[in-house]
Design a protein around this ligand. Structure first.
Ligand code: FMN
Length: 304
């Protein structure tokens, strides 16, 4: 028996519902010797801003019990560097490329899209409106529905390609942001970014991260993400890309039952780069065992 694993986000067709989470998979080449990139539903690359950036001072990652804290601060090659250095490599694969974009100002988001939009290899934009680790931009736009909406409208005006705002988890009503994304012409939303958090060294009395605070990711945030996806699913008809602590196929299946059309594997890539492929195979096995015809049969089926 075969099952249709494919899903659609706007004009972007993914052959299966599993991508990788931005910032945990480089720009693709870093993982190409470890994973068959053609197996992925999409490759979501590390955040791209308008110019080359260095990110935050070190230490910028810290292992917590069961997860990790990071305050990387969005280092990257900038839009031009990404086009020159990474797009030729990515164009060899038969996989949609979702470019995660960020800006320090609203105009920055528009600028990045203007620079990238002529590139055929770019399939969609994930708009990072939720980075907890940069002083301007990021979550400043993601925790206020007015500026959130204005960034999405601005990006919408610059491209016909699918746009996927990435929502901040630290808001009191995620449904309001999901609805706002829909009203502004987004094609999907992704949930969630890492959760603002902190760890302190009790000998030095200093924070473990040079940035002092960072974002928590990995298994500890999964139940938070599941609830946010479930809340958003009831507020919008947009497809949701769910993420937060996916390590096993069962985690991805749980996200889909909560309402996610697709999922992203993040922190798990650091310990086992083959996680996304394992998740794809496990989701397929589950759908076949349950007698489903397509991924969509599972989405939002929670009895709650
Ligand atoms: C080291 C690191 C870097 C990240 N960089 C980005 C980024 O550039 N843009 C973004 O939107 N999210 C970024 N994230 C957030 C992840 O994409 C994801 O939303 C989050 O980690 C939750 O998923 P996980 O628990 O599976 O890692 C980063 C996460 C980590 C751990």
């Amino acid at each position: 028996m075969s099952v249709d694993l494919s899903i659609k986000i706007g004009s972007m067709v993914m052959k299966n519902p599993v991508t990788v989470a931005s910032g945990t998979f480089g720009y693709g080449p870093e993982y190409a010797d470890l994973v068959d990139l053609n197996r992925l539903g999409a490759i979501t690359v590390k955040g791209i801003g308008p110019e080359e950036t260095l990110g935050n001072p070190t230490p910028r990652t810290f292992e917590t019990r069961g997860g990790m804290l990071n305050a990387i601060g969005l280092p990257g090659p900038g839009a031009k560097g990404f086009i020159d250095k990474y797009l030729p490599f990515l164009s060899q694969y038969d996989v949609p490329v979702i470019v995660n974009i960020w800006g320090k100002s609203m105009e920055d988001y528009g600028k990045v899209v203007e620079m990238l939009d002529g590139e055929d290899t770019v399939s969609a934009y994930e708009i990072n409106l939720s980075c907890p680790n940069v002083k301007e931009g990021g979550s400043a736009f993601g925790t206020d529905t007015d500026s959130f909406s204005r960034v999405i409208e601005l990006v919408r005006g610059k491209t016909q390609k699918p746009i996927i705002p990435k929502l901040a988890p630290n808001v009191s009503d995620i449904g309001a942001f999901a609805k706002a994304a829909e009203n502004c012409g987004a094609d999907a939303i992704s949930i969630m970014n890492s959760y603002p958090a902190m760890a302190i060294n009790i000998d030095t009395l200093e924070p473990e991260l040079a940035n002092r605070t960072g974002g928590l990711s990995g298994p500890p945030i999964k139940p938070i993400a599941i609830k946010l996806v479930w809340d958003a699913f009831r507020a919008t008809t947009l497809p949701i890309i769910g993420m937060g602590g996916i390590y096993e196929p069962e985690d991805a299946i749980e996200f889909m039952i909560a309402g996610a059309t697709a999922v992203a594997v993040g922190t798990a890539n650091f310990t086992d780069p083959s996680t996304a492929v394992r998740v794809i195979d496990g989701v397929e096995r589950y759908l076949v065992a349950k007698g489903y015809d397509a991924t969509s049969d599972l989405v939002g089926t929670v009895k709650a």
